[in-house]
Design a protein around this ligand. Structure first.
Ligand SMILES: Cc1cc2nc3c(=O)[nH]c(=O)nc-3n(C[C@H](O)[C@H](O)[C@H](O)COP(=O)(O)OP(=O)(O)OC[C@H]3O[C@@H](n4cnc5c(N)ncnc54)[C@H](O)[C@@H]3O)c2cc1C
Length: 286
């Protein structure tokens, strides 16, 4: 049982880990996929670097700083978070399931919506972002999952609990994971339907009839986890209070995924706030 699991090793997640570890808490940082920070060629507006620093170096420095302090850091893709009855959490990754008293979500920006005609029109009317939340409505029906990586496979596996008719659509991309689930790699033209989704039109004119479209592209982001846990969101952003607390007890969110100024200073500040709030919560729970 960890005191805190932090998802994300960017400025928000690493700052949170430093405050938790210095308060003697048992912390695990999980990270997978590219951080926004790594994309920055040169950072010139962050305190303490008179000649600037590359985003890649600053990102790695952050991870090394946490490790030097004794924080456990692991390169694992987080696929799901589940709440237990005792308000502790299971964090499910590509390799393990971990248990924690608190979770800090610091996964940066992730655009949930792929650029496919009909996605927005049919949201809530056949287009879903969460298999565990909405799968039940598609018992024995035909559903498709949009994506080509492990997260898409994990969402498709969740749907197999309610219907055998699940197809993964990669929309022209190569399928990156091995799976026994049916995969179709054709490029998608649009989602079809009147009031609700009725099918998928591929670029070659073929139509695949289906009742549900589950979006699971790339790596799961903070708002995917939020939807699974019933955490309030505003579009792709997670809603938090001034202490970075979400509406779920013991779950915090910080950095780019809560919106506002998309800069390192703000992500680091919010990480610190989330870490301190989690320390208080863990102590009160004890
Ligand atoms: C090109 C570019 C230039 C920029 N220049 C500047 C600048 O000059 N100054 C400035 O202040 N800001 C700059 N920024 C913005 C800055 O990089 C971000 O504001 C900052 O990195 C946000 O930090 P974060 O911790 O919220 O998210 P990120 O840094 O994006 O970190 C997200 C973390 O979450 C992890 N993750 C995501 N999903 C999962 C999952 N499912 N499982 C496990 N781990 C996951 C990722 O691996 C990563 O470790 C720039 C951004 C870009 C793209």
């Amino acid at each position: 049982m960890y005191d805190s699991i932090i998802i994300g090793a960017g400025p928000a997640g690493i700052s949170a880990s430093l405050y938790l570890k210095r308060a003697n808490k048992n912390v695990l940082v999980l990270y997978y996929g590219q951080s926004e920070l790594e994309k920055a060629h040169k950072i010139d507006n962050f305190y303490g670097f008179p000649n600037g620093i590359s985003g890649k170096d600053l990102y790695q420095n952050g991870i090394n700083q946490a490790k030097n302090l004794g924080v456990q850091v692991s390169n694992e893709e987080v696929l799901n978070i589940q709440m237990n009855e005792d308000f502790c959490y299971n964090v499910i990754t590509s390799k393990n399931t971990y248990k924690s008293k608190t979770v800090i979500i610091a996964t940066g920006n992730k655009k949930l919506k792929p650029n496919i005609s009909g996605i927005e029109k049919f949201e809530g009317m056949g287009v879903s972002y969460c298999a565990i939340c909405d799968g039940f409505f598609y018992r024995k029906k035909d559903v498709v999952v949009l994506g080509n990586e492990l997260y898409a496979v994990s969402e498709a596996e969740e749907l197999l609990n309610v219907t055998p008719n699940v197809t993964i659509l990669t929309n022209g991309k190569e399928m990156k994971e091995n799976t026994n689930i049916k995969v179709n790699t054709k490029k998608i033209e649009k989602i079809l339907g009147d009031e609700r989704v009725s099918g998928i039109l591929f670029s070659d004119g073929e139509i695949l009839n289906c009742n549900g479209v589950f979006v699971a592209e790339g790596v799961a982001g903070g708002s995917n986890f939020a939807k699974k846990l019933g955490i309030y969101t505003d579009g792709d952003k997670i809603v938090v209070d001034e202490n970075m607390q979400t509406n779920a007890p013991g779950i915090y969110a910080c950095g780019n995924l809560v919106g506002g100024l998309l800069q390192i200073n703000k992500a680091a500040y919010e990480g610190a706030m989330a870490g301190l709030a989690a320390v208080k919560y863990i102590n009160e729970k004890r």
